[in-house]
Design a protein around this ligand. Structure first.
Ligand code: FAD
Length: 416
């Protein structure tokens, strides 16, 4: 079989995007002994003073933790987690606390910047990892395995790699380039809501764009908060609320599905580049970290285990086989969690009823949220279990309804 090419005989990987998923992926590839270069558009988040990120805090749960532990990088991060057992629902002036888990489990709050910094540090402990910050990928020739990058001074530089990994987020350039060479199915959907970060410490406010557009002055803002979330005003403080609201960027929320995720032995996309989702299940990063683990498990099977045969230079055929298997295996799960996140968006906008029903259901029935957030049951399987269960409950509900009507008729007939 033909060997993949590289300058010095080592297997080289270009990771495009040094965000959450890219920096974890770099650790996985480096542990195979491969030569990894991470190309990141922004400055190094570890040295830059003010980083303009998205949400400040993220919820880390079972899949994300498994992804971190699989690469041996949990230590030093997992001990900073703040468990969150419940969320607060605000309806008008009243609030109610609602548990995330049926069995008292907690998801964990973690600082986005800290996760990224930690993972970059972990990647840096590997001698075979190097970073190129402020490198923006412009175009890629996947057959020649050549990437073109723009540097801040406008110059364009070329790089080559045996494997190109696109972890450049929801608006991925790597994905756009992949679309030119694969018959990629692609679907994207913006939802009506946007978000802005407000410091309470961190609160993220989600609401439709039309509401954001209606708030034009500090007076409009205070009126809105007095009506909708009066309890948060003393916690945030009027001054900070006005400052954060008008200063912080408003982010749109997008859901993206596509398939396949790879091209021959040259390229694979992971994380938001492959499956951006709306944030209402708190799974985007978790799913991206699990992507790295799932791909690593496939590499273990097809190329051999890390640290042994799997660290040798792989043939192009084997890499292509592994990437194809990854696209096939991961796509139904990624699409399922995109759907679940959209469903949760609809549910959270209306009244939340699911957990009120939980006490009526036997303890042996694992709720959907538990399967998604506190287990590694594949997302598609969790969704299928939930759908068949919902059908059964609907059927039981109908049977119960018909039985009540039938008993009513019998009683009525006896009376007349
Ligand atoms: P990103 O984090 O977007 O990183 C992409 C990187 O690529 C960036 O560093 C970027 O600078 C770089 N890049 C982009 N273009 C180029 C280019 N052309 N060349 C080179 N580099 C490039 N997930 C959870 O699991 N739990 C949560 O609680 C949660 N809450 C969220 C709340 C909000 C409001 C939002 C918007 C998202 C939330 N998410 C959450 C989702 C999570 O943020 C994403 O899934 C995660 O950031 C994806 O990581 P990524 O590395 O794939 O992409």
């Amino acid at each position: 079989s033909s060997p993949t090419r590289s300058q010095n005989g080592e297997f080289s990987v270009a990771v495009v995007g040094g965000g959450l998923v890219g920096s974890l992926a770099a650790v996985y590839f480096a542990s195979r002994g491969w030569t990894v270069t991470v190309y990141e558009l922004r400055e190094d988040i570890r040295t830059v003073k003010q980083s303009s990120g998205r949400s400040i805090n993220l919820a880390l749960s079972a899949r994300g933790i498994a992804g971190l532990e699989g690469a041996g990088v949990g230590k030093g991060l997992l001990d900073t987690l703040i468990p969150m057992k419940a969320r607060m629902i605000h309806v008008g002036n009243s609030q109610s606390s609602q548990n995330y888990g049926y069995f008292n489990e907690a998801i964990n709050s973690v600082d986005r910047k800290l996760v990224n910094q930690h993972l970059l540090n972990m990647a840096e402990t590997h001698k075979n990892v190097s970073f190129k910050f402020q490198y923006e990928v412009l175009s890629i020739d996947f057959d020649k395995k050549v990437l073109n990058f723009k540097k801040p001074d406008g110059t364009v530089v070329k790089a080559t790699a045996d494997l190109i990994v696109g972890t450049d987020g929801a608006f991925s350039r790597v994905r756009r380039e992949l679309m030119r060479v694969t018959r990629m199915n692609f679907m994207q959907e913006y939802i009506e809501h946007a978000y802005v970060e407000l410091n309470m410490p961190p609160v993220t406010l989600f609401m439709p764009w039309s509401n954001f557009e209606a708030i034009k002055s500090p007076t409009d803002l205070m009126l809105f908060f007095e009506q909708k979330f009066p309890d948060t005003i003393p916690l945030i403080g009027k001054e900070l609320l006005v400052k954060d609201y008008f200063k912080n960027p408003k982010g749109s929320l997008i859901s993206i599905k596509c398939k396949p995720y790879h091209y021959k032995s040259s390229c694979v996309i992971l994380g938001d580049a492959a499956h951006a989702m709306v944030p209402f299940y708190g799974q985007g990063m978790n799913c991206g970290f699990e992507d790295c683990l799932v791909l690593d498990e496939i590499f273990d099977r097809v190329l051999g285990k890390r640290g042994s045969a799997g660290s040798a230079r792989p043939s192009a055929e084997k890499v292509a086989k592994a990437l194809e298997e990854y696209s096939e295996l991961r796509n139904p799960d990624a699409e399922a969690i995109c759907d679940l996140a959209l469903n949760n968006y609809v549910e959270m906008r209306s009244s939340v009823t699911k957990l009120f029903l939980a006490p009526l259901v036997p303890k042996t029935v694992i709720p959907l949220y538990t399967m998604v957030s506190f287990s590694r049951i594949p997302y598609s399987k969790a969704l299928a279990i939930h759908e068949s269960r919902t059908k059964l409950y609907n059927w039981l509900g109908k049977v119960a309804g018909y039985s009540v009507v039938a008993v009513g008729w019998v009683l009525l007939l006896r009376l007349v």
